[in-house]
Design a protein around this ligand. Structure first.
Ligand code: TYD
Length: 142
């Protein structure tokens, strides 16, 4: 699948770095929710769902994490380890997150409020919704 990374402009000077996230400027949607994952155990897998309607931008503010993404054409892996690069997650993309570094703080911006009804938590159901039939592919490097 096409991985969409958003390069975020860094405002650095002798004091350090600053990155601003702005709706409809460098974030291509209305920001209605922000949440962040931290203190994640290194052997944990999170996510394991797709969203019917939600669009999100994931930014590894600190540390690193691996995403497995699948838009129905087969899974691929992306490592996020740069706080100046966001990963855009469009609708109907299966995502799993693992290999969290001990210091990882993963911030996620979303265009909708939290809605459990928007989740598809069964991979086979996700594939059925995308394709009309279930199949699986090999993990590819993105
Ligand atoms: P969960 O969906 O399990 O997180 P992940 O998909 O990253 O593994 O969410 C963990 C808990 O947090 C769960 O009880 C739902 C709650 N939650 C909210 O209340 N608001 C939110 O915006 C999110 C993402 C989760």
């Amino acid at each position: 699948m096409k991985i969409e990374r958003i390069q975020l402009q860094q405002h650095g000077d002798s004091r350090g770095m600053l990155i601003a996230l702005e709706q409809d400027r460098n974030v291509p949607f209305q920001i209605r929710r922000v949440y962040y994952l931290f203190s994640t155990k290194c052997d944990v897998h999170r996510g394991m769902h797709a969203h019917r309607n939600l669009i999100q931008l994931a930014v590894p503010v600190r540390g690193s994490v691996t995403f497995l993404l699948d838009d129905g054409e087969g899974p691929c892996e992306v490592v996020l380890d740069d706080p100046s690069q966001g990963l855009l997650l469009r609708r109907m993309v299966w995502r799993e997150m693992y290999n969290f570094s001990e210091d990882c703080v993963l911030m996620v911006l979303a265009d909708q409020l939290y809605d459990p009804a928007d989740y598809i938590t069964d991979y086979a159901s996700f594939l059925r919704d995308v394709h009309g039939s279930a199949h699986q592919g090999d993990v590819a490097a993105c």
